[in-house]
Design a protein around this ligand. Structure first.
Ligand code: NI
Length: 284
């Protein structure tokens, strides 16, 4: 069990944009997942449900039985946003082959199209997080709309996998002080591969490895073939350097449900994002 740490903020006054990231390109209907057992449902443009989820804001969000003690191991977390999609299985195959874990921040509209891939993520003990329904900028959404975006996705994840998501990644890393947490911590990142922007396997690999450090949270997107091709090499190189690849809940241990985390930097000191946002890059 990891000790609590890295709580960066429980209420920033303004929108915080750690980096330009998170592709909204997945909003376009992707090709059907031919590797999935279940037939894909048609894409939906609006949330299917607006139900809320547990735990309550007063309950700390703890990971299930941790498989790894990150106090003793040199842990870091690979995270993948905007799926599930046609390339997610390729990434899962690499993770399984190398006994690694990762965290997937899924869009509701994608989970509805690729439910079998989401189930596979859960079956393989990956962590699943909420990335909103339609990749909406929650810092610009009304409170009811932001709640609907997050709650509908959380409810769909629970319906498909039988388990609630364990954390939230706001699209673009954008949120405000009053953005609803629906009882879950916000997980940002401190290493950005910018894979959505350059779509280069070698660049993705370089940026992931160059930024890697103990406690890092590395951002990638499982909707790009260039990223899927980079993942096996990233995993094996990191493991050769002594890293243990874990899920975000394993990395962070118990989290505050209204907290915002960027990494598991040692001694509770949060590392700043590796890159800074720019208005143009943020919106692409
Ligand atoms: Ni995203």
């Amino acid at each position: 069990m990891s000790t609590p740490r890295r709580l960066v903020s429980s209420g920033l006054a303004l929108t915080l944009l750690p980096l330009a990231a998170c592709s909204a390109g997945s909003a376009a209907a992707p090709a059907p997942d031919t590797t999935s057992a279940a037939s894909p449902a048609p894409a939906a443009s609006t949330p299917a449900s607006t139900g809320s989820i547990t735990p309550s804001p007063t309950t700390r969000v703890s990971p299930p039985t941790p498989a790894v003690d990150c106090r003793a191991k040199k842990c870091l977390a690979l995270t993948f946003d905007d799926g599930p999609g046609p390339y997610t299985d390729q990434i899962l195959d690499a993770l399984v082959k190398h006994h690694a874990r990762a965290t997937f921040y899924v869009l509701g509209q994608q989970a509805k199209v690729f439910p079998a891939v989401l189930k596979r993520e859960q079956r393989l003990a990956m962590a699943i997080g909420d990335h909103s329904w339609s990749h909406r900028d929650l810092s610009r959404a009304t409170l009811p709309k932001a709640t609907e975006e997050l709650s509908s996705t959380a409810e769909l994840i629970r319906r498909i996998t039988g388990s609630a998501p364990t954390s939230i990644r706001p699209p673009y890393g954008a949120y405000r002080k009053n953005t609803p947490h629906i009882g879950l911590p916000f997980i940002l990142w401190d290493v950005d591969t910018l894979d959505w922007k350059h779509r280069s396997t070698s660049r993705t690999t370089h940026l992931a490895l160059a930024g890697a450090h103990r406690g890092a949270i590395i951002l990638m997107h499982d909707i790009h073939p260039s990223t899927a091709q980079a993942v096996p090499g990233i995993i094996t190189t990191l493991q050769a350097k002594g890293y243990t690849l874990v899920t975000v809940p394993e990395l962070l241990g118990p989290m505050s449900p209204d907290g915002v985390y960027f990494s598991a930097a040692p001694q509770g000191i949060a590392k700043p994002p590796s890159t800074r946002p720019t208005p143009t890059a943020r919106r692409r």
